[in-house]
Design a protein around this ligand. Structure first.
Ligand code: HEM
Length: 311
């Protein structure tokens, strides 16, 4: 909340500067949509894609990669021309024949980030404990590539930063079974965080969120979030599961969660989610309605058979 207020103050100051300097904006700024408010009209209207693409160091498909509305930036410092990607393209036989990887950009970034530390505990954690439990798509066999968005932290760096900041670190790192992106089972280390530790990461300097029992360090994502930084700041240090679901985030957004995953909420702090209530209610109605229906039908049958006997 304090952080959200800081941002609001900064925005007010920026608006003031803008008014003094260049005059009013020509187009009104499209603010973030608050959870629960209606979606803007039109397909994906008002959305700014969060995907970033690698620098097209090779020409890619004939005519180069199409400039698309999805292309919002480049990730610098990547030297490997084999992994140039096009805007949200999936692997195609044509692309493969031409020797360029038509993979979704985020998939390639996942692949690269995980491969550069493939044998480290971080990589096993990232793959085996990805939010959907499947690991990342686009997982290839090449190893040792270095590609990470500048400034983006790996889980180990997050933990190191936490230790340096003096805030108590993760509770425990425990082994948990999982399966990696290639379908191989394995042991993965899970770091557990107490909710009180998460709650302390609520400033612009460091922002953690809990979504469905998993802890995410979204500090580096703040400025990139298509829904705006303010909504994330409002949830800073707290359980954002409900707001995350209220917005109706796309599968792309869910896929992105993997990048910011740093660990799980400590089992002692886990509350039953509202979803489980819905499920148990659903189970109850699932049994009770057919039983009531059967009783009513029984009565109707008896009524009609006794009527026909008496007439
Ligand atoms: C790490 C966590 C999050 C990630 C990776 C994420 C990612 C995204 C992405 C990719 C979009 C673009 C639309 C889509 O693809 O669904 C988006 C939109 C949005 N997000 Fe998030 N988000 C996160 C957390 C949150 C939270 C906690 C809130 C809290 C309210 C929130 C509020 C919004 C809003 C309001 C939009 C705009 C939706 C629209 O215009 O349709 N996000 N987010």
């Amino acid at each position: 909340m304090r952080a959200a207020q800081e941002v609001r103050e900064q925005q007010v100051a920026a608006k003031g500067r803008e008014a003094k300097g260049n005059g009013a904006r020509e187009t009104p700024r499209q603010g973030p949509r608050s959870p629960g408010s209606p979606r803007p009209a039109g397909p994906r209207a008002g959305r700014k894609e969060a995907f970033r693409y690698l620098t097209p160091a090779t020409p890619g498909p004939p005519g180069g990669f199409p400039k698309s509305r999805y292309l919002v930036g480049e990730i610098g410092g990547i030297e490997d021309p084999d992994w140039v990607v096009g805007p949200r393209t999936r692997p195609t036989p044509q692309g493969a024949a031409e020797g360029w990887a038509g993979l979704e950009a985020e998939s390639v970034l996942h692949w690269r980030r995980e491969n550069r530390t493939r044998n480290s505990p971080e990589s096993r954690l990232a793959v085996a404990r990805s939010p959907d439990g499947r690991g990342s798509p686009g997982y290839g066999s090449r190893a040792g590539l270095s590609a990470r968005a500048p400034g983006r932290k790996l889980p180990s760096e997050t933990r190191r930063a936490a230790a340096e900041s003096g805030i108590p670190g993760p509770m425990a790192t425990e082994a948990a079974s999982g399966s990696d992106g290639n379908g191989q089972g394995g042991e993965a280390a899970v770091t557990y965080y107490r909710l009180e530790e998460v709650a302390k990461r609520n400033s612009l300097k460091e922002i953690w969120l809990v979504i469905h029992g998993r802890v995410y360090d979204v500090t580096d994502f703040l400025k990139e979030h298509p829904g705006g930084e303010e909504v994330l700041l409002e949830q800073a240090g707290a359980d954002a599961s409900e707001s995350f679901e209220d917005v109706g985030h796309s599968s792309d957004a869910r896929e992105m969660l993997k990048q910011y995953y740093i660990g799980d909420v400590h089992p002692d702090d886990l509350k039953p989610e509202s979803g489980s209530k819905v499920r148990s209610h659903f189970c109850w109605s699932y049994w009770i309605l057919p039983i009531i229906g059967a009783i009513v039908l029984g009565f109707l049958y008896r009524y009609y058979t006794s009527e026909s006997k008496s007439s």
